[in-house]
Design a protein around this ligand. Structure first.
Ligand SMILES: O=C[C@H](O)COP(=O)(O)O
Length: 265
């Protein structure tokens, strides 16, 4: 996995198979709420000095306008900063935010292809592929969000997700090696409970089999969709969690970090 660069800052190296525990605030929080919550999240991370060893990589993805403040709040913390979306070019694209601007701010990873962007903003495979390319060119790590629309046979879901990945990288597997995959079954997002642990583990195992044909069985694949404390220890072969609502209480994020730190290497 060749590291890219953003200025003098190397992009994240995902090669050593750490666990990734992250959270996106989506559009749930206002400005002041976001700042106070970020302070709490940082406290949860700082209270766990074992995190600096890198076995568990925490990340947080607030709304765009919060990013400069987040850089200040997270300074010296092991929490990585992400963005929820990006454009794929610079220039006359009113309302968009370029990957290079995000990188300049100190953002390290960027969500691309979240189910809510695909559904509500009609982002299709072509747009997702453009954004993946642009993010990598700017030195950002794409957090590529994929997932089936409805509960299905795990083999069918794995094939569907595999296709979403392959089109996002235009079948360029060297590009795929630079991604982090957020496997988020659409039907489990915004629900009361996550997808069943056995189902998730089965889909991810089958997905790894498909990726193995391209030398990528070890690609980081994290699970998202109503994730909460108690889930991670039940999963097999999954590289971490992508939390949403259930980390609005920052203590829950800390609880998941403890679960991740407690898992065997
Ligand atoms: O970005 C996070 C995921 O979409 C999960 O959100 P959720 O846990 O609120 O369902």
């Amino acid at each position: 996995m060749a590291p890219g660069h953003s200025g003098t800052r190397p992009t994240i190296s995902w090669a050593s198979s750490p666990l990734y525990i992250g959270v996106s605030t989506k559009m749930y929080m206002g400005y002041r709420h976001s700042l106070s919550w970020l302070e709490q999240l940082r406290s949860e991370v700082d209270a766990r000095p074992a995190l600096v060893a890198g076995r568990v990589v925490p990340f947080v993805i607030p709304s765009f306008p919060i990013l400069p403040d987040a850089v200040r709040i997270l300074e010296g913390s092991s929490l990585l900063l992400g963005a929820q979306n990006c454009g794929w070019a610079e220039g006359p694209w009113t309302g968009e935010v370029s990957p290079s601007l995000l990188a300049e701010l100190g953002v390290r990873l960027v969500e691309i292809g979240h189910a809510e962007r695909r559904r509500h903003f009609a982002e299709d495979d072509a747009v997702v592929a453009l954004k993946v390319r642009a993010a990598l060119d700017a030195g950002l790590t794409p957090l590529l969000c994929v997932g089936e629309e409805a509960v299905a046979d795990p083999a069918v879901s794995a094939s569907f997700v595999f296709r979403q990945i392959s089109v996002a990288v235009r079948d360029d597997w060297a590009t795929a090696a630079r991604l982090v995959i957020a496997y988020e079954p659409v039907w489990a997002i915004g629900a009361t409970e996550p997808a069943g642990a056995a189902y998730v583990s089965d889909v991810v195992a089958r997905l790894r089999d498909l990726l193995a044909e391209h030398g990528l069985a070890g690609l980081p694949i994290i699970y998202g969709g109503s994730a909460k404390p108690g889930l991670l220890p039940e999963l097999r072969g999954v590289s971490g969690l992508f939390l949403g609502r259930f980390a609005h209480d920052a203590a829950n994020f800390g609880a998941v970090l403890d679960e991740a730190l407690g898992l065997p290497n």
